[in-house]
Design a protein around this ligand. Structure first.
Ligand code: SAM
Length: 218
């Protein structure tokens, strides 16, 4: 597929997979139409980058379905002055979407190879406001906290307490929470001294493996 083909595929993805299913934030729709998802998947899968499904990116991990990326981004309600933490860099695609909406994005990945590839793709895509870290993001990134927004793109048995603590005042966190093979999207808002949680749609993510997520033996 050539560049015109990818641009066309992206436009169709936004109309048929996102707008038709209720994604309505104009900034989210705009960045989903702008960011070249095909640059964030392995080269032999580039022609499938705009399909309505997750794709394998190596190390047993996936780039999430476009609809899930858009839905989580819409729920996160990112504003241009925000500092955002993403846990689970994977391909770097979600970080690129966030980078187009926020002031700064810190993203953390436990697999060094994936983190390095993602950092390279993000540089190639001109995302100068993203920093990729390697480590266990289930405990967040305390040296860089607080964050206005935190998004977890792997599934956790419960919302990691460290992530809640690293939310700024009026901060918001979105995380898939539940059993190992089926979760719900949970939104946590940090209000005046209290955390409010609400439960959203069902989803299936690869596990968040780490101190405040699943253990490798679970
Ligand atoms: N956001 C990614 C993207 O746009 O491609 C997709 C993320 S993929 C569904 C989940 C990622 O979370 C995997 O790359 C996995 O290695 C990573 N992960 C799992 N546990 C982690 C942890 N404790 N800390 C950081 N990353 C973790």
């Amino acid at each position: 597929m050539n560049e015109t083909g990818y641009t066309d595929a992206r436009r169709k993805m936004v109309e048929s997979q996102l707008r038709a299913r209720g994604i309505h934030d104009p900034d989210v729709l705009r960045v989903m139409e702008e960011v070249p998802r095909h640059l964030f998947v392995p080269q032999d899968l580039a022609n499938q980058a705009y399909d309505d499904r997750p794709l394998d990116i190596g190390a047993g991990q996936t780039i999430s379905q476009p609809y899930m990326v858009a839905l989580m981004t819409e729920l996160l309600a990112v504003e241009p002055h925000h500092r955002v933490l993403e846990v689970g860099t994977g391909s770097g695609y979600q970080a690129a979407i966030l980078a187009a909406l926020a002031r700064e994005v810190i993203t953390i990945e436990r697999y060094e190879d994936l983190a390095q590839e993602a950092a390279q793709r993000l540089r190639g895509a001109g995302c100068g406001n993203v920093r990729v870290l390697v480590g266990d993001g289930s405990a967040g990134a305390p040296d860089h906290a607080p964050f206005d927004r935190i998004i977890v793109t792997a599934a956790s048995p419960s919302v990691p307490p460290s992530l809640k603590e690293q939310l700024a005042a009026e901060g918001r966190l979105v995380c898939p929470v539940g059993a190992r093979h089926a979760q719900k999207l949970i939104v946590v808002d940090r209000g005046d001294g209290v955390f409010e949680e609400s439960e959203g749609v069902g989803c299936v993510f690869v596990p968040l493996l780490g101190k405040e997520g699943w253990s490798e033996d679970d």
